[in-house]
Design a protein around this ligand. Structure first.
Ligand code: SF4
Ligand code: SF4
Length: 157
């Protein structure tokens, strides 16, 4: 989930020494890079089960900051917004390869551009690893099929 600023530097690289299931709520929440990719609408091909990302973003996503504009109260407006947790992480196979939760779950570690490592979201944006300036509001999209994009699949490191 894209969320309010959570990219503060931490004194220790806790994600290298603490298993996902043992993290505190604060540690878990801080793992989210705020890339916004999980706030994009996706399509699944009925015949092949293949997943396609679109650049049509949830209407609450801020295209510049990549944060949710109503994060705390988002479920009032988007009841099916997904909460990533240890209980569902294994099933959330649609999370992008670059997602911090997915990477750690697969034993890949965090990428060098992750805000927990760099101290801000700047490097993530600079490298194009977030949705910044690349989305359209889902309310303005008629056919999601016309908005399929490949860039959310990109991963670095
Ligand atoms: S894709 Fe993962 S890391 Fe990126 S905003 Fe969503 S939950 Fe956070
Ligand atoms: S409500 Fe929309 S913008 Fe906010 S976290 Fe959920 S999917 Fe993302």
């Amino acid at each position: 989930m894209s969320q309010e600023e959570n990219q503060t530097s931490t004194p220790t690289r806790f994600w290298e020494t603490t298993a996902l299931e043992n993290m505190t709520a604060v540690q878990w929440e801080s793992l989210c890079d705020g890339c916004g990719k999980c706030c994009l609408n996706k399509l699944i091909d009925d015949d092949t089960d293949e997943l396609y990302y679109t650049n049509a973003a949830c209407h609450l996503l801020d295209d510049n900051s990549c944060n949710c504009r109503r994060y705390i109260e988002r479920f009032k407006f988007v009841p099916d917004c997904t909460v990533v947790s240890m209980d569902n992480l294994a099933e959330l196979t649609w999370l992008p390869e670059s997602c911090a939760y997915r990477r750690l779950y697969l034993g890949r570690g965090l990428p060098s551009w992750h805000p927990l490592i760099t101290g801000s979201k700047d490097e993530m944006h600079r490298l194009g690893m977030s949705v910044q300036a690349k989305t359209v509001n889902e309310m303005k999209v008629r056919y999601l099929e016309d908005n399929i994009v490949m860039w959310p699949l990109e991963d670095l490191d």
